[in-house]
Design a binder for this molecule. Sequence first.
Ligand code: FAD
Ligand code: FES
Length: 277
Amino acid sequence: MFAIVESQPLVPNLYRMVVEAPPVAAQVKPGQFVIVQAVEFGERIPLSVADWDAEAGTLTLIFMEVGKTTSALAAKKRGDALPTVVGPLGNPTVIEPFGSVVCVAGCYGIGSILPVARALKAAGNRVTVAIEGRSAYLLYGREALRGHCDTLIEITRDGSRGFKGHIGRLPEILREKGVTADRFIVNGCTFLMRRASQVFEPAGVPVIVSLNPIMIDGTGMCGVCRLTYDGKMKFACVDGPDFDGRLVDWEEFLKRRKQYVDEELIPVHHTGHTRCY
Ligand SMILES: Cc1cc2nc3c(=O)[nH]c(=O)nc-3n(C[C@H](O)[C@H](O)[C@H](O)COP(=O)(O)OP(=O)(O)OC[C@H]3O[C@@H](n4cnc5c(N)ncnc54)[C@H](O)[C@@H]3O)c2cc1C
Ligand code: FES
């Protein structure tokens, strides 16, 4: 069992959990993920590692409550335990001295972009982090991010903090601030990653997205995380999760991600849980 040492809501619908998993904490790198079970014999779900402390042997996970398993995780308290935490899985995000890197994050991605920004900064890059959400009360982790980037940009749809609008405004905001990008790195919900891939395509530089298809084993065995990338078949768990969003077949990706929606709604109807994406 993997002991939970911290568990609390961050903002509505998003939770932060710190769990003991010393072998994972000793090896994990930015961009990797773990597969966890909330209860024994329950579904296994992938979650990005948002931070870790190798000395204490702990991992930080930030997750959005969207269905049965994430609800069960949200109900866990300090002192409870998880039956399974497997990892680190997937390839780490490529960290090199690229020059100027713009990291873009929303929802749970605001958590998982932190180790990426920190490593990019340590590698000598000029790092700009742009976080976005519906409203100011949904933006979290700003102080921690500020410590690991040159510029923090906040975008809210209702204009309650930073720039008003959505990710589509970012090219204009970057121009205003005199920021050019040699690479974009985007973490968060599928919609944000797809939109960012379209919005930044004209820049002619890689738009790296951390894909979040449905996964089962996370080790290349089941095939459920299959996607088409640059016309070729890839498995997000072993070939990714990072891919250049300009080359992802997004139509197929979105269809595959929604293929079990009817089944996923059954526990929601039975428990009365309010679903929110
Ligand atoms: C590499 C990777 C990293 C991820 N990191 C995070 C993270 O850090 N924080 C976070 O909140 N979410 C993350 N996700 C998404 C997370 O795994 C799903 O939200 C979660 O599985 C939903 O489970 P559920 O039972 O609560 O909801 P369900 O009702 O089962 O599903 C809700 C939606 O989540 C997606 N989903 C369902 N099962 C899976 C599954 N086994 N694997 C992937 N997606 C699934 C489907 O699109 C579905 O429509 C990540 C996904 C991947 C692949
Ligand atoms: S999750 Fe099974 S092959 Fe990727």
